[in-house]
Design a protein around this ligand. Sequence first.
Ligand code: PEP
Ligand code: MG
Length: 327
Amino acid sequence: LNARYQAELHLPGQSACGARFNLMVNSGLAIELETTQSEFTDGVGLYRTEFPFIIRSRFPTEQEQIELYSKVLTGYPDKPVVMRTLDVGGDKPLPYFPISEENPFLGWRGIRLTLDHPEIFLVQIRAMLKANIGNGNLHILLPMISDLAEVDESLRLIKQAWFEVDDEVNQQHVVPKPKVGVMIEVPSIMYQLPELARKVDFCSVGTNDLTQYLLAVDRNNPRVGNLYDALHPSVLRALHQLGQQTHGLQFPASICGELAGEPIGVLILAAMGFNRFSMNHRNLAKIKWLLRRIDLSELKLLLPEILACQSPKQVRLQVQRFLDQKQ
Ligand code: PEP
Ligand code: MG
């Protein structure tokens, strides 16, 4: 089966009815990027910068970061590379920066930590901006945004870093201004989309954390693992609203949580009107193969039934039935 998927990897991400999908990869490890065939993807939809920080015994220097980010940016010439600023804390501890909290998932993680330590944030942004000189495909993504003030402060620091870099290169190079986006993964920010759309260029939906925070279920705790499900009807209704709102605002939205790399998940998201998906490179061929076989108008007819389901199990049955009919 895998060979059948791979055989179509070079073809465009397009449905049987001609609708175009942007299919990108999530990455964080150099090895993943090396094994991904960049020419068959539409870019890197999520580059998790925390891995290079986690594997070291100290913060990587600006120069080390520049080298790393340059590799990623040059590996995808003329395609967007969405680099997320450091998202540690919660389930991603830094060995040399211990944080002890009773509720790490509700605590000091992602943008909260880096805005409290602007020196970490600024070094990282400067490294990204320098790596982007001559490339121009960098997009910056902010994790764990729960409040508009965090967006304002991040934008202020990004601007500051840009001026610093521009000064440093002394008019010998053009320092491109990257697009900036926000992760939608904390429910509060879903209710401030109009304001958000005015401040930033795009958003990317992190269904992993969004599910965790909407359902109040730890994404890594096996004891409540049976309750953690991105196909929970409430999560799906939230995603549907998000799709409608971002569409109405003409606010570009992609999905970079695991749901986009799952066949049932991606079909539901496509039915909702989303068309930019970023996933683990291992799922790319399968998802492309699947999307190439759907008729979007047929799939959209299924949406009211999916949204009316009362359990993830019912959702799965509905979509599975649709898939079985197609076989
Ligand atoms: C998410 O939360 O859905 C996401 C993509 O980010 P991470 O899994 O790195 O928290
Ligand atoms: Mg997340």
